[in-house]
Structure formats: C-alpha cells, structure tokens
Design a protein around this ligand. Structure first.
Ligand code: MG
Length: 165
C-alpha cells in the first residue's frame, strides 16, 4: 500500500548566512533566513513525507519557537521524519524535488544533494530526484529574494521490499 505526499517551502535569501540546499553547503554570498538552516529542499521533502502519512507538517513537529531546533540542519530533520514514518509503519520509497531559484546554478551540486538526502532517509540516491530551475526573472523568486522548493514523496510499509512496488 503505497502513499503519496506533497510539500512546499520558501525561505528569504539574505546576506550573512551560509547557503544550505539539499543538505549541501553552497558557496554563495547569501543564505536562507530561518530558525533552522533554512534548507528549503529538505523542508519540502520532510513535509511531503509527513503529508504521505497525514502527520501534519514540520511546523508541528519542529516548532520554530523551540530552541532545540535552532540552526538544525535539514538532514537532521529528514532523519527525524524517517523515524516518525517508521512509528506509523512506513518508510520513504522515493522523492522528487524541484528547486526554484535564480542563482547560483545548482547543477554541480545535484549529485551531492541526492546523496545527502538519500543518506538521511536511508534510501538509495537512485530514488532521489533533484531538479532546479529559474523563475525566468519573475516575481520575488526571479528577483533572487528567496528560494522555493516543491517535493513529492511516496512511502511504503516499512517491511516492503523493492520487488513489492
Ligand atoms: Mg522551512
């Protein structure tokens, strides 16, 4: 019994922060503002996974007001979400994420992101898809004021084998 969830996140891009996307540190003059590390890629995937099992969203499980999660890295959140899924009898099967940002070009970082996400979720990088595109200069994303990410994830019962789906 496979289930599907979707997730979305956006964080403001500001000077003086390190940029983290998909669990990878990216050399860029700006970073994402947030109580956590602002990693929109990991956050969108976390929400997609939680959505697949109707467990609410990351704001519920990792409240921004809780000092425990201050500066928390995206991969740590993914690992925690994997645990929450397991408590429900499910595990991640596959994720697909689209990142929307004007710059920098992310192609060189995609393999690293796939591997960091896969490691955090304890799945193969072959079932982690990371795509990036610009917003064609339009709106707040096009002006480089923020980075957004959209994700879809499928989950399967924890004891499934890959031949089951
Ligand atoms: Mg977020």
């Amino acid at each position: 019994m496979m289930r599907i969830g979707s997730g979305y996140d956006v964080h403001r891009l500001i000077e003086g922060r390190e940029l983290f996307l998909g669990g990878v540190s990216i050399d860029f003059p700006k970073g994402l503002l947030g109580h956590s590390d602002g990693d929109v890629v990991c956050h969108a995937i976390a929400d997609a996974l939680l959505g697949a099992v109707a467990l609410g969203d990351i704001g519920k499980h990792f409240p921004p007001g809780d000092s425990k999660w201050k500066g928390v890295r995206g991969q740590v959140i993914l690992g925690e979400v994997r645990g929450l899924l397991a408590d429900e009898g499910f595990k991640p099967a596959q994720v697909d994420v689209t990142i929307v940002l004007e710059e920098p070009k992310l192609q060189p970082f995609v393999p690293g992101m796939r591997s960091a996400i896969a490691q955090a979720l304890e799945i193969s990088a072959s079932v982690v898809s990371v795509k990036a595109k610009t917003n064609e200069g339009l709106g707040f994303l096009g002006r480089g004021e923020a980075v957004a990410a959209m994700a879809v994830a499928t989950v399967v019962p924890w004891n499934s084998t890959s031949s089951d789906f």
